[in-house]
Write a protein that binds this ligand. Structure first.
Ligand code: FAD
Ligand code: NAP
Ligand code: SF4
Length: 669
């Protein structure tokens, strides 16, 4: 049997799960659309894919606990009916599902937020109201009532959210709990709230599964000590939890915890340490995205179960494919956050860069075609690959061309960036899927219009060409394009990067880095970000702070817009890129006028001050233009192609849009 540890059943209380895989809680925004058929189909799709147990997105137990006003919850009879639609569909599909109860406390984006003390969070504009005794009792009662309603609605259990800096966590640490009554002061008082919540929830749900998500490392100053974590875990076990799930880092922590540059399973050792201290099973989490990694963690005794959340957006059939020996066909979550968390935090529906059907299951349907056609796809970047695979799945006869000898397009450049190694897995997945499909490949062939006669449909996915900057001296030998640099061209010890978009930032990271990528070396990564051991410093921040390795070269990153470079990067990851470059001493300048390249370096004017940056190399990352060089020749032959990806529109192009557009076009051809 493949993955013998992962696929072994486990019993939690009265329920036996068929395997050790938990789909972790994710806020998708689906509930807030009011379309519960869509919510039900999202979970039912994943239940059909064989996951052992799913946890819903966080449901508020009351209005003041909602992450934002109007956040989904479980308060009324209508709410129960809506949730029952979900649980019934999941059970019909043979799955199991628990509801997460999430009280946001001071993280609630509302002037009515409440907490242990009136200490405002650095990531919210609203100071919380300090709860009095009655207020605390009301919160406990509301959480227990929500748990009882969850069981009434058909859930197999509940998860009590006690980590990530939310309400229960806020009582645990002195940083946010300044109380002097029976709910504050020494640790026995500070942990009273979560323990009481678990006791009352257990009483409300009978034998159903009770998961408690415990923060193992807060990654904030004055966070919990390891002794406190263990004390809490044992008390939570005593109060009736069936299983402990891992939480890592408060939301306000300045250490990345799930982004693509975080090493795989970077925090699993802490779950392993907790496992030795408690009697109930423990679940590990964070940056686990392959059955091999998950199996390895269970085999080495780090945990009893593995939680993966975003991987189930990327591929609902993760477990089924692993069980059938088809792991190479699992669409990998590359931890980019681009279509999931970035959407969530900007009020948009969650989806997935590699799987645009995620949360769009009822609307983006890929059905067999009734009229198979011969389709040519030019360009095997993400746009062309998605179109080709979707069309082939539907029964079309597809020929896929690329002048390169391998599929992947610009993803190959992305994968060269330290911290973006996961893009390699996406290329490998595309490669596997093409090889196992009916697609005819014509790699290593530069296509001309004449090659495209004889097809019923032509799809151009020819991508982009880098934009020239127009700066005086751009033709000088010390000026390089980003493609040449990422393909290994020699760069001097002092470099200026022109253009601070996504590619400019990536190229700057590439240029200041040397040696092993910290993403591939968890010890090095912890040192770079100042992650220590909660057994040594409360909260687990290293006493010496971050200790980045020295930069490989001196670098400037420049843009003309008079704003802070990096402001338009991903909502949940832009700060990581800025912090990485700051740590390497990269000088980031906005409001730059380029005066020209000369033997002395790059002449610029900033705030009316002319200066020459004494650089040896200038790298141009000034955006791109669509490559539509085949269009006129095709028109002359009477062929009107479909144009997708960068070839369609280069502005604000990314792999998310390329894959979405390719998939949607092929779904309707
Ligand atoms: P491309 O990937 O450019 O593919 C076009 C393909 O067409 C190429 O393989 C080319 O060889 C082929 N082709 C062109 N003309 C012909 C012809 N005449 N005959 C045969 N073949 C032809 N996006 C993200 O979403 N997230 C990121 O983190 C990210 N990081 C990036 C980092 C870097 C350094 C770079 C360079 C890009 C990054 N991107 C990222 C952008 C992403 O890679 C592109 O948006 C995406 O690849 C565009 O897809 P596409 O299919 O339209 O074009
Ligand atoms: P971009 O985001 O459009 O940035 C281009 C940069 O070049 C801007 O900083 C722009 O700033 C500058 N520029 C434009 N014209 C210029 C000119 N004539 N001379 C000098 N500077 C000029 O494009 P990109 O960085 O090439 O990225 C392409 C796409 O890949 C992006 O849309 C992005 O979404 C995607 N990508 C995403 C990620 C990610 O992490 N999500 C990473 C890499 C790439 P000024 O005009 O202010 O100078
Ligand atoms: Fe993973 Fe990116 Fe998809 Fe989110 S959008 S699930 S991080 S691949």
């Amino acid at each position: 049997m493949p993955y013998p540890h992962l696929l072994t059943p486990i019993t939690l209380g009265a329920i036996t799960l068929p395997n050790r895989v938990l789909m972790g809680s994710m806020h998708t925004g689906l509930e807030e659309t009011g379309d519960w058929e869509r919510v039900a189909e999202f979970y039912a799709t994943r239940a059909r894919g064989g996951v052992g147990l799913m946890v819903t997105g966080g449901m508020a137990p009351n209005a003041e606990g909602g992450v934002f006003p109007g956040a989904a919850g479980l308060y009324t009879a209508q709410d129960i009916a809506n949730h029952r639609q979900v649980t019934a569909r999941v059970h019909d599909a043979g799955g199991r599902i628990a509801m997460q109860i999430l009280h946001a406390g001071r993280y609630a984006y509302s002037p009515n937020c409440v907490s242990a003390s009136a200490v405002k969070s650095p990531i919210s504009p609203f100071p919380p109201k300090e709860l009095d005794e009655d207020g605390i009792e009301k919160q406990i009662g509301d959480i227990a009532t929500a748990a009882a309603r969850a069981i009434e609605a058909g859930y197999d259990g509940v998860e009590v959210m006690g980590s990530e800096g939310y309400f229960l966590n806020q009582f645990l640490v002195r940083h946010t709990n300044r109380r002097t009554d029976a709910w504050g002061g020494d640790y026995a008082n500070r942990m009273r709230l979560p323990v009481e919540v678990v006791r009352r929830v257990r009483a409300a749900i009978g034998e159903a599964i009770l998961i408690y998500r415990i923060s193992l490392i807060d990654l904030i100053p004055d966070g919990s000590t390891w002794d406190e974590v263990v004390t809490l875990a044992r008390a939570i076990e005593g109060a009736g939890a069936s299983v402990l799930n891992t939480g890592i880092g408060w939301h306000e922590a300045r250490v990345p915890t799930i982004a693509t540059s975080v090493p795989r399973a970077a925090f699993a050792h802490l779950t392993g340490r907790l496992r030795a201290e408690v009697g109930v099973p423990v679940i590990t989490s964070n940056r686990i995205n392959s059955p091999d990694v998950a199996e390895g963690l269970l085999a080495s005794g780090m945990a009893d179960m593995v939680s993966m959340a975003r991987p189930f957006l990327a591929d609902p059939d993760f477990v089924a494919k692993a069980a059938q020996g088809r792991a190479a066909e699992i669409a990998p979550c590359i931890a980019c956050n681009q279509a999931c968390l970035d959407h969530t935090f900007s009020g948009r529906l969650t989806s997935c860069l590699v799987n645009p059907r995620a949360c769009h299951e009822t609307e983006l349907v890929i059905a067999p075609t009734l009229s198979p056609r011969r389709i040519a796809v030019v360009g095997a970047g993400p746009a062309g690959l998605s179109a080709a695979l979707t069309a082939a799945t539907r029964g079309h006869q597809v020929t896929l061309f690329d002048r390169a000898t391998a599929v992947g397009g610009q993803l190959h450049l992305a994968a060269t960036i330290p911290g973006k190694e996961e893009f390699r897995g996406l290329i490998d997945w595309f490669d596997t899927m093409v090889a196992r499909s009916t697609i005819t490949t014509r790699l290593g062939q530069t296509v001309t219009p004449q090659d495209l006669t004889g097809f019923d449909e032509v799809i151009l996915a020819t991508g982009v060409t880098p934009r020239a900057s127009g700066i005086a001296g751009e033709d000088a030998p010390q000026v390089l394009g980003y493609r040449a640099v990422l393909q290994g061209a020699k760069v001097g010890p002092r470099v200026a990067v022109i253009g601070a978009g996504g590619i400019g930032f990536d190229v700057a990271e590439y240029l200041v880095h040397h040696g092993t990528s910290p993403t591939l070396d968890a010890t090095l990564w912890r040192k770079e970000w100042g992650v220590g051991d909660p057994a040594q410093t409360p909260g687990g921040l290293a006493t010496g702070g971050p200790q980045p390795t020295p930069p490989a070269r001196q670098a400037w990153l420049l843009q003309r817009k008079p704003e802070r470079p990096g402001r338009r990067l991903g909502k949940t990851t832009g700060w990581i890129h800025r912090a990485t470059l700051q740590a390497k001493g990269v000088k980031m300048l906005g409001g730059v006028q380029y005066d020209g390249v000369s033997g002395q370096g790059l002449a610029i004017t900033v705030n009316g001050q002319a200066q020459v940056l004494p650089v040896d190399t200038v790298v141009i990352c000034a955006g791109q233009e669509p490559d539509r060089s085949l269009v006129a020749g095709l028109a002359a032959l009477g062929i009107t192609p479909h144009i997708i990806g960068g070839a369609d529109m280069a502005a604000e192009l990314d792999a998310k849009r390329a894959i979405d557009q390719g998939t949607r076009l092929a779904a309707r051809l």
